[in-house]
Ligand binder design. Sequence first.
Ligand code: HEC
Ligand code: HEC
Length: 317
Amino acid sequence: MIKKIFKWTGITVLTLVVLVALVTTLMFHRTYNAPYPNIKASKDSAVIARGKHLVQGPAHCADCHSTAKSKGSLTAAAGDAPLSGGFKFEFPLGRFYTPNLTPDPETGLGRFTDGEIARTLRYGVKRNGESAIPFMPFQNLSDEDLTAIVSYLRTLQPVRNAVPEHSYSLMGTIVKAFLLKPEGPQAKPPASVQKDTSAAYGQYIVSSVANCSGCHTRRDDMGKPVGAPLAGGVVFEEAGFPTLVTPNLTQHPSGRLWHWTEADFIKRFRMGRVIKHSHMPWESYKNMSDDELKAIFNYLKSIKPAPTEKVAVKGKA
Ligand code: HEC
Ligand code: HEC
């Protein structure tokens, strides 16, 4: 009798395991439908120049899609980093590699249509239809800026660089299969935005282009914002390096910018990276114009001041 129960329990467990594995595999490669934005690369030199500025500056594509332009290695690297991908991110969810954005027809974006590139950025749906891992919150870029970015990428020198496939941990596999969903724009993205020093343009750069809030607003494990907007407190821990906590950027007496003038703010960005292992893409942001930095500063002054919260940092008293 006992033996029989064991046998049946065994069979049931085995069947369940096989089923779960099957469902996970199917869900892992789940594809999504999203429209291809009506974006076409332009050959206009002003459009290409705008794209270059965004990619190498505020949108910091170069920071992730290049190995030359990451974490301190490039304070020295003069000129524009080749966007040939291959930068590795190591997380508990797996090991992820950035793709090659140069027009190489075999290993780069030569295989992609303009619409496919634009869809990844606007809807988070990759060329193969799967959800992109949420590294790139560019959903709300204007049509004009999205066109500029695609136009610039088309002018890059092709580099042959076959980047390794991602490798997911068990947890990463489950997250991708069951929790990861592509996210589209919050509202219809603007056709273009007014580029000036206003807080409105600052908000656009902070939220839609440079993703300052991705690191300066506290989030839960699923990436949902839980802290006061831009009030900092995000903890960056990395083995072998002192832990960093992002500062509060709101105009509160306890915030980092309380005593900063606009000139101080611009000067700080011109200095670039000071803390070697900082995650902030200073090398790219350094390329922002004075007007862009003024706009950001004006926006930061306009948002609700929030006190700096105490956050627990492991290994620190
Ligand atoms: C914070 C790091 C980061 C930044 C910044 C970033 N990317 Fe990516 N990008 C990634 C990663 C990681 C992937 C792989 C995503 C995946 O496979 O799910 C990726 C994938 C892509 C893909 C391929 C999608 C596909 O269909 O397979 C394109 C195109 C792309 N990025 C373009 C850009 C452009 C253009 C910018 C700047 C406007 C940019 N990226 C900024 C990390 C980044
Ligand atoms: C990928 C994460 C990340 C992003 C994106 C990011 N930051 Fe930071 N930021 C940090 C970290 C970590 C620090 C603390 C280490 C340092 O000072 O470099 C920091 C520090 C700062 C400081 C204080 C520097 C000082 O010397 O006191 C300012 C100001 C700042 N960030 C503004 C911004 C603005 C504005 C944006 C968007 C344009 C932004 N950050 C985007 C991670 C980020």
